[in-house]
Write a protein that binds this ligand. Structure first.
Ligand SMILES: Cc1cc2nc3c(=O)[nH]c(=O)nc-3n(C[C@H](O)[C@H](O)[C@H](O)COP(=O)(O)OP(=O)(O)OC[C@H]3O[C@@H](n4cnc5c(N)ncnc54)[C@H](O)[C@@H]3O)c2cc1C
Length: 267
């Protein structure tokens, strides 16, 4: 299918960020948007994401955006008819030493200042919540009840459907190969299927964003790193709504998936 000859805004990349950007531009700003994706929607990092949804960050602005995401995941399916897999399981953060515990007590105060109710739990309370966990090396844990998990691909498809409902044209199998420029301004997005004249471009190419930026002479300071997780067989006694777990001293996280666990680790 030929690409449209003109769009107010071209969004490059059909991952969760590109689809969310297109959805919000069309829904909230009534923008005329074309989204181009070189493969299929979700085929980049989004397809691989484990799906933990955490909200608390050190900056209030990012925390606000993440809180908004949780609100959106709760109501998106009702709007688009496509489920997101959102489960508000809460998230446990484990403290294995006194330094971490001190940090977590400060974190609970920060959470409060952002309007979030973060609980401080004893090892016994963690055990009651997560019976399969060995807790004898814990000092304590924080629990944020409004965190959870979702299916990143399903969220993206739901956002894409919402975007289409608001008039976004989504072109899959269309690769951006360069830009026509007028000085520093992009006038056309060049693709393997023709050029799209546009007023604005949003680079949502994820781990390829540096290469896409370079096509317009823009340096995007981004370096992809490898990240892996393992998925276990079903584990007896593991509840489907068990809290997600982050263990910062072991650089690992856990979440329930089809009766087993996903365990991801950072080097
Ligand atoms: C194993 C793993 C586990 C993760 N777990 C979590 C988690 O639990 N929670 C969490 O929040 N995050 C997690 N992440 C991170 C998360 O996956 C990413 O932050 C997110 O998916 C990035 O989305 P994106 O839309 O920016 O990028 P992508 O999904 O990579 O989308 C970019 C898209 O741009 C397209 N594209 C690139 N170049 C071009 C071009 N020239 N023309 C057209 N299209 C182009 C690509 O094909 C791709 O589809 C995890 C990541 C990995 C790898």
């Amino acid at each position: 299918m030929p690409v449209p000859s003109h769009a107010q805004i071209v969004v490059i990349g059909g991952g969760i960020i590109g689809c969310s950007t297109a959805y919000h531009l069309a829904r909230d700003h009534k923008a005329d948007v074309v989204l181009v994706e070189q493969g299929k929607l979700t085929c980049g990092s989004t397809w691989h994401a484990a799906g933990l949804v955490g909200q608390l960050r050190s900056a209030a602005s990012i925390t606000q955006v993440l809180k908004y995401s949780v609100d959106l995941y709760e109501r998106l399916a009702a709007e688009t008819g496509l489920e997101t897999g959102w489960k508000m399981t809460g998230c446990l953060r484990l403290a294995r030493n006194e330094d971490r515990w001190t940090e977590f007590r400060r974190l609970a105060t920060t959470a409060k200042s952002f309007g979030m109710d973060m609980h401080l739990l004893s090892p016994g309370e963690v055990k009651a919540m997560w019976p399969l966990m060995q807790v004898d090396d814990l000092v304590g844990a924080t629990f944020l009840p409004t965190d959870g998990q979702a299916s990143p691909s399903d969220i993206t498809q739901s956002l894409a459907k919402g975007a289409r409902m608001h008039g976004v044209r989504i072109m899959e199998g269309v690769q951006v190969t360069g830009f026509a420029m007028d000085g520093n301004r992009i006038t056309h997005v060049k693709t393997g299927d023709g050029a799209i004249a546009c007023d604005k471009v949003v680079n949502c190419a994820g781990q390829w964003a540096r290469q896409v930026g370079a096509m317009a002479g823009v340096t995007v300071p981004l370096q992809p790193v490898k990240h892996q997780y393992i998925i276990t067989e079903a584990i007896e006694g593991l509840a489907s709504d068990v809290a997600t777990v982050r263990d910062p001293d072991r650089f690992t996280y856990f979440k329930e998936e089809v009766g087993g666990l996903v365990m991801g680790g950072y080097e």
